[in-house]
Design a protein around this ligand. Structure first.
Ligand SMILES: Nc1nc2c(ncn2[C@@H]2O[C@H](COP(=O)(O)OP(=O)(O)OP(=O)(O)O)[C@@H](O)[C@H]2O)c(=O)[nH]1
Ligand SMILES: [Mg+2]
Length: 422
């Protein structure tokens, strides 16, 4: 099958259903990814394994902060481009900052408990490694408190096409790492295991450590020893500090990811789509549950959401003075509405959250008008998807039939993508 073609068709299928707006957006992102042929590789591992030191070594410059205590507190996405960096905040705002000042946003010491509300940082730099559309991502340590600041390492492993998993010879593989690998092995893209800090041990000890890692990884991944899969495990000894082995690692990753970009992309997009299809089924199941709800329960929840929206309307009228409104505040309101729909009906109501103009200033009138549109639209959509007050049995039957068709179509898609993955 032509994966781009099929994925575009899947996007169109989802776009036909109000209920699947989130999925339509997720699939649209994957279509973009296929078109742009961008390959993402995330550096993941427990804190203090030397992830950031290695990233700096790959970039050939000490751009990111490293240290003896847990440091990296936000995800940093590094792409090819003229030297510049942008900080994205949790509230949807973004700000361009000089590369030299980045440490103030991504190091725990300078941004304790993520007081600045950083969601993610994008750094552009002209490193050869990043040429041809490779994107490198540095992440906070697995199991560290900072993992919750932004997207978790788990989510990143799921999103990336490849993962450089950092181990280091000063510590055996621990339970947190084992649990992590077990939980992501199903859907993650290609894995490379970098064994760091080899400068502190001798060759004999290194051989022993590598042997130990190999056996352990086989058992975590469920590979038979000596099987083809076991032999394909990539364990790369490096010293990020002394910059030994890093070039070999880079060459291996680039050769794999760029020369086999097409194949890797197919694999990882297919895996992601299988995950999306699975989530859509859950969404449809919840939706059917709502349709089956006892009428009094259903009506009371519906009344609750309408009352909630009425209160929100009133609150708008009561806004006094001339406060400053940012588009970011609209984003926050959207998140509140999504949470309310989830709480009452168990479904994910999706909004586009625009990062680009999140800092745009709005007048009180603009803000109120947009918010009113948002409330009205939610009301109408909920009325429509739940067929509120719909007495026409034919319409109701058609709706249910449509959903059955969607389930059936999704099953067909699932089989197509599954063929790629296996
Ligand atoms: N001896 C030795 N020390 C290293 C090496 N690589 C990193 N380190 C040291 O390990 C410590 C942690 O390095 P970082 O790069 O900050 O580790 P990290 O994995 O990014 O840590 P978090 O961001 O907190 O998760 C620092 O003190 C580094 O100097 C290495 O190859 N050899
Ligand atoms: Mg770090």
């Amino acid at each position: 099958m032509d994966i781009l073609d099929t994925t575009i068709r899947l996007q169109k299928t989802f776009e036909e259903y109000e209920l699947c707006r989130l999925q339509a957006k997720q699939v649209a992102d994957l279509v973009q990814k296929l078109r742009k042929n961008e390959v993402t590789i995330a550096v993941i591992g427990q804190f203090k394994r030397g992830k950031t030191t290695m990233v700096n070594s790959i970039l050939g410059r000490k751009l990111l902060p490293v240290g003896i205590v847990p440091i990296t507190s936000a995800v940093t996405r590094i792409v090819y481009g003229p030297n510049r960096s942008t900080v994205y905040f949790l509230n949807g705002l973004s700000e361009e900052v000089p590369v030299e000042d980045l440490h103030a946003f991504i190091s725990e010491q300078e941004n304790p408990d993520n007081m600045r509300g950083v969601a993610e940082v994008e750094l552009q730099t002209e490193s050869d490694f990043l040429k041809d559309g490779l994107i490198l991502v540095d992440t906070p340590g697995v199991g560290s408190v900072h993992e919750n600041n932004s997207k978790s390492a788990y989510a990143f492993a799921q999103e990336s096409d490849g993962v450089i998993f950092m181990l280091s010879v000063d510590s055996p593989v621990n339970q947190i790492e084992i649990e992590f690998l077990k939980s992501v092995r199903r859907f993650a893209g290609k894995f490379y295991f970098a064994v760091n800090k080899i400068d502190i041990i001798d060759e004999e000890e290194l051989a022993e450590y590598l042997d130990y890692c190999n056996g352990l990884i086989c058992s975590i991944m469920g590979y038979e020893p000596d099987s083809e899969e076991a032999r394909a495990i990539r364990l790369i000894p490096i010293s990020a500090k002394k910059e030994t082995g890093v070039e070999e690692l880079c060459t291996m990753v680039r050769d794999d990811l760029i020369h086999k970009a097409g194949e890797i992309m197919e694999q990882s997009v297919s895996r992601k789509i299988l995950e999306i299809l699975e989530n859509t089924k859950v969404q449809i199941r919840s939706y059917r549950e709502v349709l089956k709800m006892a009428p009094n329960v259903f009506h009371s929840r519906f009344r609750e959401i309408h009352t909630f929206l009425e209160q929100k309307h009133k609150a708008l009228e009561e806004i006094g003075g001339e406060p400053v409104f940012l588009r970011a505040r609209l984003n926050e309101e959207k998140a509140i509405l999504t949470a309310k729909v989830r709480e009452l009906f168990g479904i994910e109501y999706f909004y586009y959250v625009d990062r680009e103009d999140a800092a745009e200033l709005l007048t009180k009138e603009q803000y109120t008008a947009e918010m009113e549109d948002i409330y009205r639209e939610l009301e109408q959509t909920l009325d429509a998807i739940f067929m509120y007050k719909e007495e026409n049995a034919y319409t109701v039957a058609r709706r249910i039939e449509d959903l059955n068709i969607l389930m059936h179509d999704m099953e067909k898609y699932r089989r197509q993508y599954e063929r790629i993955v296996h």
